[in-house]
Write a protein that binds this ligand. Structure first.
Ligand SMILES: *Cc1c(COP(=O)(O)O)cnc(C)c1O
Length: 424
């Protein structure tokens, strides 16, 4: 650590030594107001476009133009089984078996579909535990599921709280909660990485704890997929869902991935909302009256899949497969580690991190509290080509991502942040 230097030259040296540096060239980096490439630190919100995406999408447009309905079977990548072309690569990203993963719908839709199957309340065991400061959509989804089952969120929705004066969740507090109320809790639905604090939760530990008390355990991996090294199969949660437009660079509003653990692959007792694309592939087009689910995650599909966003996702997953999650996570430790080190060198008492310092408890993102700041600091940074994310009242979230961000990006961000915080 002490071998780091806070100079532009040194950051460029780190880039030269970076085995993933060439991937940066395979993305479109948006321009800053002065025309130079922006310092884009917003991959936790919307990942950048791979240059290959246009080609992948155009190939489908061309096949549609030339083949019409025949494309279902005769497109270069036949549309009928198109979602299957994504499965293995997506499964590698999240550490699952291919039969446990499917790409379909959007994230919040999938959270609802998963809760239909895995939130199975009884009058005694009805509560759902979510993490502190969840993404609003998750809270709305859970609260509406509770009401749908006739429960009052004021009673049945438990938001795990951080220790007073901190922003982080402690496992001991979850253990204490479970010891007290575990027999009333039906479901734990926790984020993989909290979108606001950047804290990464221990999926294995939370899953084991929930299962010990007889609860179902699911994860929203919107900020974890493509960011952390995940081992969903081994860690054993019942389900997970994530979007693909953040770290997974699949384009605005793109599709969601779903994980259903193998232990539920043929579980006929789970209720589920069904559609024809989840039906047994052999007999799907015989249009039978009785639904026969495909074993595994594919059995939760409703509709035939949208090819154009899936083409964009193929372009991105090919890059992930080429780089490999192990290398990406390795670079994250260095890139985000350098960012943290540089922030400390600023030695400005107004700046503090609400993200854990322990690299095991975070991914790319650091959330920086700027005491006494208002959004004008952030606006001045934007004018100087820094693309980051502002959360009221005083937090800047930045996420250098290993596929396309450089050590130079990190250096330029911290230099400009230091100048702008010094100014107001
Ligand atoms: C980004 C994000 C969402 C967004 O949901 P969509 O259904 O894709 O609009 C939901 N939950 C979390 C935790 C997120 O980070």
């Amino acid at each position: 650590m002490s071998t780091y230097q806070a100079t532009l030259d040194f950051s460029r040296q780190l880039d030269q030594q970076d085995p993933l540096y060439a991937f940066r060239d395979r993305f479109h980096i948006p321009p800053a107001p002065d025309g130079s490439p922006a310092v884009y630190l917003c991959g936790n919100s919307l990942g950048l476009q791979p240059k290959a995406t246009r080609e992948y999408v155009n190939a489908e447009l061309d096949d549609w133009a030339k083949l019409g309905v025949e494309g279902h079977v005769h497109a270069r990548h036949a549309w009928m089984p198109y979602h299957e072309f994504l499965t293995e690569k997506m499964a590698r990203v999240v550490g699952a078996k291919p039969g446990e993963v499917v790409v379909m719908n959007s994230l919040t839709v999938n959270l609802h579909l998963m809760m239909v199957s895995f939130y199975l309340p009884t009058s005694k065991r009805r509560k759902v535990v979510i993490e502190y400061s969840p993404f609003p959509s998750d809270r709305y989804a859970v609260a509406s599921q509770l009401r749908y089952h006739g429960f009052d969120p004021a009673d049945a929705l438990i938001e795990l709280q951080p220790r007073p004066g901190t922003d982080q969740i402690h496992y001991e507090d979850l253990e204490a909660l479970m010891a007290e109320e575990g027999d009333q809790i039906a479901l734990l639905l926790i984020g993989g990485v909290n979108y606001y604090t950047g804290q990464a939760y221990d999926i294995k530990r939370i899953t084991a704890l929930g299962h010990q008390y007889g609860c179902m355990v699911g994860f929203d991996l919107a900020h974890a997929a493509g960011n952390l090294k995940l081992n969903l199969h081994e860690d054993g949660p019942d389900f997970a869902a994530w979007c693909s437009y953040k770290y997974l660079n699949s384009g605005p509003g793109s599709l969601s991935g779903v994980f259903v653990h193998e232990r539920h692959a043929t579980n006929q007792r789970l209720p589920r909302f069904s559609g024809w694309w989840g039906h047994d592939k052999e007999t799907r087009f015989l249009m039978p009256d009785v639904f026969k689910p495909i074993p595994g995650a594919e059995g939760w599909q409703l509709s035939n899949p949208p090819i154009l966003p899936m083409a964009a996702m193929r372009a991105s997953l090919d890059l992930f497969d080429e780089a490999g999650m192990d290398w990406l996570v390795d670079k994250t430790q260095q890139l985000t580690g350098y960012l943290e080190w540089l922030l400390k060198q600023l030695n400005n008492p107004r700046l503090s991190l609400i993200t854990p310092s322990d690299p095991q408890q975070r991914g790319c993102q650091l959330s920086i509290r700027v005491e006494g700041a208002d959004k004008s600091i952030f606006n001045r940074l934007s004018a100087r080509g820094i693309i980051a994310d502002w959360r009221e009242p005083d937090v800047i979230r930045v996420a250098p991502v290993p596929l396309y961000n450089s050590f130079e990006d990190v250096f330029l961000f911290v230099e400009r942040l230091g100048e702008e915080v010094g100014r107001s």
